[in-house]
Design a protein. Structure first.
Length: 289
């Protein structure tokens, strides 16, 4: 059973009439002059007192536009489709659909950021397994709510940058004859997004969920896996020489045989890399086998 909702009354002083109980209620009356910079939030909780308390806290946050409130999981899905919020405050335990079921039914593109709100801490690990921005335990304080909002904004900004890079990559691919691989990569660095000609890349190194693009004496770090980067680069220009490195064929100066079928790959700038035995098939792309 869910803990009684009356535990939040100690925060005191709000009028339940401030927010009518209509499911997914639009709140156009709170639009500010700088609404375009604010986060549209939807509150989902089947307990009216908890829902109204959180709405009251959010109303006083200048960075939040309270788009509406819903009293259950199914109402939440309809409200998300209609109101398109940026951020979802989502109760875990609800009688029709619980919070995790709601998340599983969200469409993949343009998912809102999620902050789970519940009276129990036992769901915290599962909440982060579904990539929630944060996890609030009822009743949350104003300071704790603001910390959650900062985390949610950071996640939304990361998602926006990722979406923008993907759109730019798509536009670049479409600009090529026949829709082939792009001649440039969109790279975010120092708060800017710029276009890096593929011909300028010397080699690429994997670094966990990132890749390093080595361009002359500069290194650009891109949030992309090696598998994704390999798919984005033209196979007639870039060749994988070991588990964590790809090289621009045009940048290779010489190959130096080693033991056991391996080679040292020496680039024009003197950089030495290893072509391992497991990647000997790459020699065919170099015209050697």
């Amino acid at each position: 059973m869910k803990p009684a909702a009356h535990t939040i009354i100690s925060t005191g002083g709000f009028d339940s009439a401030e927010l009518p109980r209509t499911a997914a209620l639009p709140l156009e009356s709170i639009q500010p002059e700088n609404a375009s910079a604010r986060i549209r939030a939807l509150v989902v909780d089947d307990e009216s007192i908890s829902r109204e308390y959180l709405c009251r806290l959010l109303r006083s946050e200048p960075e939040i536009e309270l788009a509406g409130a819903a009293g259950g999981g199914r109402e939440a899905l309809e409200a998300i489709h209609r109101l398109k919020p940026d951020l979802l405050f989502l109760d875990v335990q609800m009688p029709d659909l619980d919070g995790f079921e709601v998340v599983n039914r969200l469409p993949s593109p343009n998912k809102p950021a999620i902050i789970f709100v519940t009276a129990n801490q036992e769901f915290a690990l599962k909440a982060f397994e579904v990539a929630a921005s944060d996890y609030l335990v009822k009743p949350c304080s104003r300071d704790r709510l603001r910390l959650a909002l900062r985390r949610a904004r950071a996640q939304l900004q990361r998602d926006q940058h990722r979406d923008l890079r993907e759109k730019l990559d798509t536009l670049l691919r479409q600009a090529q004859p026949g829709g082939g691989p792009a001649a440039r990569l969109a790279v975010k660095a120092e708060g800017r997004i710029f276009f890096l000609p593929l011909a300028d890349i010397d080699w690429v190194r994997a670094a966990d969920n990132y890749v390093e693009l080595h361009v002359g004496d500069r290194t650009h770090v891109v949030r992309k896996t090696m598998v994704a980067m390999q798919a984005a680069l033209p196979t007639d220009r870039f060749v994988k020489i070991n588990r964590s490195a790809m090289v621009n064929i045009e940048k290779i100066r010489e190959l130096e045989p080693r033991f056991h079928g391996e080679y040292a790959v020496i680039l024009r700038d003197g950089t030495r890399l290893s072509l391992t035995r497991a990647h000997r098939r790459s020699l065919r792309q170099l015209g050697l086998e």
